[in-house]
Every structure is written in structure tokens, then in C-alpha cells.
Design a protein around this ligand. Structure first.
Ligand SMILES: Cc1ncc(COP(=O)(O)O)c(C=O)c1O
Length: 380
């Protein structure tokens, strides 16, 4: 894969290694967004079927991206907290059960579990990484597997850690949860779109993704997958559109107890959002064309020299087998002054994030090897 800089509108003056914070927008996505905003000036042109068609298309495209068998298991959500809450409120949890989380997860996949634990007299078990850096990712994964016991009701975690890209072996985790009948809820916000995710292979109970990072979509729209285990659950809100026969506008006050099929009940109200939905479709279609495995390969090829040199300078970057290539953490050794590095980055207009103790670097197809050379220059 070649770089795709020309499809984005990033300024040549800056080096943007911060897609994990917010992805830049594809020009094609901006374009359809502008057209879509203008569309409401002519409401007579927005037809009743438009309330349904585009959101079905978006669900289908997302299902393709995540390799899900039935697109009807997907839903449109406004945020990760919303999508996780839909799952958390419907996971059967009884007194004494354990909810497993990994250390320093993003709060949208923590607060709701604290709430659910309190309500059901359950406990939260947080699996920390080992203190030693050697084999950190490997040991962390082993500790997670070991923590899953017959007391586990659910494990709610990401595919890669948002702060430093540590990669979790979801397939092994899923296998272990099956032996104790525990559910698996995944926050895919920092991976899906840039790292392959297959529902067919991993078989999670739920997968929730914010749209504005690796899905390259606009802010305030995301996508979720809920397995058939959630087909009879209670959604966190009750929008008319998610009920059976809502396409019949003249019959809407014949209030309907039945929902539309499968996960449709979990879509946010007004999910036919006439601006964000077409933008999200465009972005996901581009990702399907590129393929996440190629994005991962591309990230690896442009960053490998810099990673090697940073390790030689004494920085810790997780073993390649236990980290992502689109997002990784650089832990600085004591002899490198973080404030000096921050000043150099600022002067060179290089954008990265600092999360926990890690400097988080995240790249995509708008980046090049030169961007990593510029980053490296701030260390030498
Ligand atoms: C792992 C992860 N999940 C979720 C979010 C966003 O959550 P929400 O959509 O609830 O604001 C972020 C944002 O940085 C994130 O990194």
C-alpha cells in the first residue's frame, strides 16, 4: 500500500501522529458532509424511506468491515459510553459475580460497569500489567487469562490498550470465557478500522466502536455489534424507529410492543442522522477498500526504522508480537527529559499524545516514513 495523503486535507506544515486522538477527515467524507448539511434546506426532498435506507446501508458496511454474518446484529450509536451501557445493562450479573476489566481502561468502558456492579452487588476485578517491562504484554495477557474463573460474569476490555497499543489476545480470552460461561464485551474504538477484527473468529458478545478515530468518521456517531445473546434485551432508550413497522408513518400511534429485528433496538434515536450517517458510510467504504490488514502493514513499514532506533536509545516499546502498529507507546528512559522532548515536538509541529506514562504515537495511511524520521530527530 502507498501513502494516501492526497485523500486528506492535513496541512503540509504539520506531522500528525495522533489519529488515536482524532482522525483527520477524508476529503470525500467532508464533501458528503457538506452536501448532507445542505440537504435539509429542502426538506421536501427528504422522503420517508430516507429515514431507513441509509442507516441500513451503514449497518451493512460496518458488518462487512468487522466480518459479521448478519448486519442486523449491528446498531448505530452516538458514543462508546452509550454502546457499552446497552450491553452492560443486559449482561446477567448476580450477587458475588465478578466483572473483569484491564488496568487504566478508557472511562466509557469503566463507569457503567461500576454502576452495574453496585446495583447487583458484584465486584470489579482490574487486571494490571506486570511492573517489569520485559515480556510485559505477554505476561499481562497471561494474567488476564488466569483471572477468568467460574465467578466471572463478564470481561469488558479493548482489543488494544488506548494508552500504549498493547495487543490483547481476544481469541484466547474468548476461549477461556466459554469454559466458564462468561460474556465478552469489547471496546474496539482504538483498533477497529486499522486492525483486523473478525466477529466470526472472535465471537464477542458485543463490540462497540467510536466513529471518529480509526473508523475515520465524524464525531458523535459510532457503531456497535450485539450478538444474538442480546436479542431480547432492554435498550437504554425507546425510540419509535426501532419498533416493528415504524416504516408506516400513518400507523405510528398504533403503539407497538415488538422491536425491529435483532440489535436494531440498540440504535440511538434519530439514527437516520442525515449528516453523520452518510459521512460514516463513506468512511467505512474506504476502509473496506483499503482493508485494515494493509493499514497495519503500512504502519509497520513506515515506523520500523524509528522504532528500532528508539529502542537503541533506551526507550521501551512493547514487543512487536504484543502491540499494534497503528498505535504504540514509547516509554522514555530516565536519561531522556520528557519536557525537553515535548518542547522539541511543539517546535517541529509534531502531534502525538501523552497518556499515562507513555508517549502515544499513532499513524495511518496519511503518514509516511519521513514523519517518523522527524519524530526521531526530536530524540537525538
Ligand atoms: C478506547 C476508547 N474508547 C472510547 C473513547 C471515546 O468514548 P466516548 O465515545 O464515550 O466519548 C475513546 C476516546 O479517546 C477511547 O480511546
Amino acid at each position: 500500500m502507498q501513502h494516501q495523503k492526497h485523500l486528506f486535507d492535513l496541512s503540509e506544515e504539520i506531522t500528525y501522529l495522533n489519529g488515536a486522538y482524532m482522525a483527520p477527515q477524508l476529503k470525500s467524507v467532508t464533501e458528503i458532509g457538506v452536501q448532507s448539511v445542505k440537504r435539509k434546506a429542502h426538506p421536501n426532498e427528504i422522503l420517508p424511506e430516507d429515514f431507513f435506507n441509509e442507516k441500513e446501508t451503514l449497518k451493512q458496511r460496518f458488518a462487512t468491515l468487522i466480518d459479521a454474518k448478519d448486519y442486523k446484529n449491528t446498531a448505530i450509536i452516538p458514543s462508546v459510553s452509550y454502546g457499552i451501557a446497552n450491553a452492560a445493562n443486559n449482561v446477567p450479573i448476580k450477587k458475588g459475580d465478578e466483572i473483569i476489566l484491564v488496568d487504566e481502561q478508557f472511562p466509557s468502558n469503566v463507569y457503567i460497569w461500576q454502576e452495574v456492579a453496585k446495583k447487583n452487588d458484584a465486584t470489579i476485578k482490574i487486571i494490571k500489567p506486570p511492573i517489569e517491562l520485559e515480556n510485559r504484554g505477554k505476561c499481562w495477557n497471561e494474567n488476564i487469562l488466569e483471572a477468568i474463573t467460574k465467578n466471572t460474569a463478564v470481561i469488558a476490555m479493548p482489543q488494544v490498550h488506548w494508552a500504549d497499543g498493547t495487543l490483547f489476545d481476544l481469541q484466547a480470552i474468548r476461549e477461556k470465557t466459554k469454559t466458564v460461561n462468561a460474556m465478552v464485551v469489547i471496546d474496539g474504538t482504538q483498533s477497529v478500522g486499522a486492525l483486523p477484527f473478525s466477529i466470526k473468529e472472535i465471537e464477542p458478545d458485543a463490540l462497540v466502536c467510536g466513529g471518529y478515530k480509526w473508523l475515520l468518521g465524524p464525531y458523535a456517531i459510532g457503531m456497535a455489534y450485539y450478538s444474538d445473546a442480546f436479542n431480547n434485551g432492554t435498550p437504554i432508550e425507546h425510540n419509535w424507529m426501532n419498533r416493528y413497522n415504524s416504516e408506516d408513518f400513518s400507523g405510528l400511534t398504533k403503539y407497538e410492543d415488538q422491536y425491529q429485528e435483532k440489535a436494531a433496538r440498540y440504535s440511538v434515536g434519530e439514527s437516520s442522522n442525515f449528516v453523520l450517517t452518510p459521512m460514516m458510510i463513506k468512511a467505512v467504504e474506504q476502509l473496506i477498500e483499503w482493508q485494515p490488514k494493509n493499514i497495519q502493514e503500512y504502519g509497520k513499514s513506515i515506523s520500523k526504522d524509528a522504532v528500532q532506533k528508539l529502542r537503541e536509545l533506551g526507550c521501551f516499546i512493547e514487543d512487536d508480537a504484543y502491540r499494534a502498529y497503528h498505535l504504540f507507546g514509547i516509554y522514555l528512559p530516565n536519561h531522556i527529559n520528557v519536557e525537553e522532548i515535548k518542547a522539541k515536538l511543539k517546535e517541529a509541529q509534531i502531534f502525538v499524545s501523552f497518556r499515562g506514562n507513555a508517549m502515544r504515537v499513532s499513524c495511518n495511511v496519511y503518514n509516511t516514513e519521513e514523519d517518523f524520521e522527524k519524530l526521531l530527530n526530536c530524540f537525538i
